[in-house]
Design a protein around this ligand. Structure first.
Ligand code: SF4
Length: 301
């Protein structure tokens, strides 16, 4: 779907909600078009303003901001509803913003396996049918899994037994790194139209280096996000503090909205334990940074 089609569909959804004033929460890639989107919505008599904060996913809902700005609806653009339920202060409409996938120039010959599981990010979910057809025309068997997130790969898990490899269509390796499968993973980079095999080596090296370095830590900051979907996402922060104390470590909770190394630099601690988005691990950290679901590995002999 192209931009005007998405905006028209968005306008229809907002109109049908009966909202008087709307806060638009746009993903980074669409903020550039904010002025165009607002002026198109104005033509439909829609009074809308734009949230300026970063948006990380459907886990990150600016409903409080909408209420404070006098809006009676939040339109969260670019994602489907998060898979975990939470209450919001104003009604929320989720608008995925479909983008047609380009793969005509991509070379799929790097994929040696026969049965391919197809997964993608939400923007391209509508194009998986044509990707499947293209692969089948070239002699492969393709099974559609659907949308995956960096914190949930249920769509891939359910087809794992039926495929020999996975193909993730999207940009970057943020989501595909979350796939738990032992099978080969390929990425169709939809911006560059190239197909590459995912190499998890660097990611796993960094992960285990952090776990190893945290073994000498005496004091831990346990990070608790205030983002509704990220709060205690990977483990309960209180339980982790107790777990660490039972192992003669000092531990305390740090509450934050955006978790950034810069904001944590002033803390006198030896390591961080992250209970929020698992993909924060991919950022650069000045101290060992452990995802909560890896905490037991720190104490393995
Ligand atoms: S991977 Fe992280 S940013 Fe994406 S939906 Fe999950 S918690 Fe949110």
């Amino acid at each position: 779907m192209n931009k005007p089609e998405n905006i028209s569909k968005l306008a229809i959804e907002i109109k049908s909600s009966g909202a008087k004033k709307v806060l638009l929460q746009l993903p980074e890639g669409l903020k550039f078009d904010a002025a165009d989107i607002l002026s198109e919505l104005k033509k439909h008599d829609i009074d809308a303003i734009v949230s300026g904060g970063a948006t990380y996913g459907a886990c990150d809902i600016k409903d409080k901001e909408a209420k404070q700005a006098g809006c009676d609806l939040l339109v969260h653009v670019g994602h489907n509803k998060f898979y975990k339920d939470f209450d919001t202060e104003v009604p929320v409409v989720y608008f995925p913003w479909s983008v047609d996938m380009d793969f005509d120039n991509a070379d799929f010959s790097v994929i040696a396996e026969k049965r391919i599981g197809l997964v993608t990010s939400i923007q391209h979910a509508g194009s998986l049918g044509s990707l499947k057809k293209m692969l089948e025309d070239s002699g492969k068997e393709a099974v559609i899994g659907g949308q995956i997130l960096g914190c949930s790969c249920a769509a891939a898990d359910k087809i794992d037994e039926r495929v020999d490899a996975f193909l993730f269509a999207g940009s970057g390796d943020f989501n595909s790194l979350a796939l738990k499968t032992e099978k080969p993973i390929y990425i169709l980079n939809t911006e560059k139209e190239i197909v590459e095999k995912l190499d998890k080596t660097q990611f796993e090296k960094r992960r285990y280096a952090s776990i190893f370095n945290a073994q000498n830590a005496k004091t831990f900051a346990v990070l608790l996000s205030t983002k509704k979907g990220q709060k205690n996402l990977m483990g309960n922060a209180n339980d982790i503090v107790e777990y660490l104390k039972r192992r003669d470590k000092k531990a305390f909770i740090i509450v934050m909205d955006d978790v950034t190394d810069n904001d944590l630099k002033g803390l006198k601690v030896d390591a961080f334990v992250n209970t929020a988005c698992p993909r924060l691990m991919d950022d650069t950290w000045s101290k060992p940074f452990i995802n909560a679901n890896d905490i037991e590995k720190v104490f393995e002999e």
